[in-house]
Design a protein around this ligand. Structure first.
Ligand code: PLP
Length: 427
């Protein structure tokens, strides 16, 4: 029966008696039905970047409701999705000048993967269809997104339904075993992509997808910038599209608007979700470069037949456009400051015997727990160390994001802190 509860709680119905009922939320606080305040140090699932109960959204919503809430973007357009696309692509690096909207991170990534295949087909390479992912990554729950994902525990039950796409090791300096300087190690790690492309045959590879800074599977892990320079070189050499999955990192989470800016690399497709609406509506997007957009410009319907009923609906687009305007340079600077402050306040943990690695990228912190700091040996997964630490933090009124034993005994337990960028200095 326990297993059933695990499944059913996500369907609602209050089946899990352990779950706290949250009646309301404001700024970085969740308020339970019995009045207890919990600090939301994970911003939901790294979503609520601007905090809960944002002022002023009511007017945007009611104005849009008065105008038009829904249109099928297969046949119509509207000022709200146009404005959102403009705002997003203006902020995006390089020539990521077109936006394709969806409703979740998984859908945005599915869009990116299908776009990659369709792009190559249009350009006379119909056998290029595989998407190379990395182990210990997460790109979404739907079958294509899960196929590219390398989180073995989330994949396990569905293996027979997944595409047999190749994976390379993650960008995970703490556990790399390459020789040399951090830069040389980064180049060696990126070289795994070239090896896999050659093994599989470049004529089969459509794209490589990576979280520029890793999210839930290895929170805040990120390589020396040489890694992405090498990825870019390899992708260009073998005519492979580079997809940056910024569902979690996009919009200020790791410091700049987009995490790729940390590495000075421009992907061919960049996906955003979570922080795009900051949790105020389900919406996501795949931003594509000029070359891809132009490939489809002549006859979009024929060459990229894809979309979702609610893609870019005006109500969600208006909400996201309002939220997006709030990601100002000042706001991003505040996020960076709060991230640095949090790191400083947790500094004593760096030497804790259980903490193997303590990573930060902007306002995302990852703590990795190990049984032995020397050997980096993980804890026995049955001990559920991260979950137990999560529970202790909850007892003290702090919500964090745990990951336990998901990585085939390679890594193991970690905790992510990803508070709203606007979290109060004293929280
Ligand atoms: N990509 C990354 C990096 C994510 O962190 C997530 C969700 O956690 C997804 C994709 C999937 O997004 P969604 O749950 O909105 O489908």
């Amino acid at each position: 029966m326990e297993d059933q509860n695990d499944v059913f709680y996500k369907w609602g119905g209050g089946i899990d008696p352990e779950f706290l009922a949250i009646d309301r939320a404001y700024d970085e606080f969740l308020v339970t039905d019995d009045g207890r305040e919990i600090v939301d140090a994970a911003a939901g699932a790294a979503v609520v970047n601007l905090g809960h109960s944002l002022d002023g959204l009511e007017d945007t919503i009611s104005d849009q409701l008065e105008d038009v809430a829904y249109l099928s973007l297969s046949h119509f357009t509207n000022e709200a999705p146009e404005r959102l696309a403009d705002e997003l692509t203006t902020r995006a690096p390089g020539d990521l000048n077109a936006a394709f909207f969806a409703n979740s991170g998984s859908e945005a990534n599915e869009t990116a993967f299908k776009l990659a295949r369709a792009y190559h087909r249009e350009r006379g390479s119909p056998t290029k269809h595989q998407v190379v992912g990395r182990w210990q990554s997460y790109h979404g729950a739907t079958l294509g997104a899960l196929s590219a994902s390398g989180n073995t525990s989330r994949r396990a039950a569905y293996e027979p339904q997944l595409q047999n796409w190749p994976h390379i090791p993650p960008a995970y300096p703490y556990r790399w075993q390459y020789d040399g300087t951090p830069e040389q190690q980064a180049v060696a790690a990126a070289g795994e992509l070239e090896t896999v492309i050659k093994q599989e045959g470049p004529e089969t590879i459509a794209a490589f997808v990576a979280e520029p800074v890793s999210g839930s599977s290895i929170p805040a892990a990120h390589p020396h910038p040489a890694y992405y320079a090498e990825v870019r070189r390899i992708c260009d050499e073998y005519d492979v599209l580079f997809i940056a999955d910024e569902i979690m990192t996009g919009l200020g989470r790791t410091g700049p608007q987009f995490a790729v800016e940390r590495f000075d690399v421009v992907p061919d497709i960049l996906t955003v979700g979570k922080g795009l609406s900051g949790g105020y509506t389900p919406i996501s997007a795949a931003l594509v470069c000029d070359d891809i957009a132009e490939t489809f410009a002549a006859d979009r319907e024929r060459s990229f037949d894809h979309g979702h009923t609610f893609s870019g609906n005006p109500l969600s687009a208006a909400i996201a456009a309002d939220v997006l305007e709030r990601y100002t340079d000042d706001l991003l600077a505040t996020g960076r400051e709060r991230g640095a402050q949090l790191e400083a306040e947790l500094e004593t943990l760096r030497d804790h015997p259980m903490v193997g690695d303590f990573r930060r990228a902007g306002a995302m912190i990852g703590l990795e727990f190990v049984a032995d700091r020397e050997t980096k040996a993980p804890f026995d997964p049955d001990l559920n160390v991260a979950t137990r630490i999560y529970e202790h933090a909850m007892d003290r009124g702090v919500y964090t994001y745990p990951g336990s034993g998901s990585i085939d005994g390679v890594a193991g337990d970690h905790l992510m802190l990803a508070p709203p960028l606007t979290i109060g200095e004293d929280a």
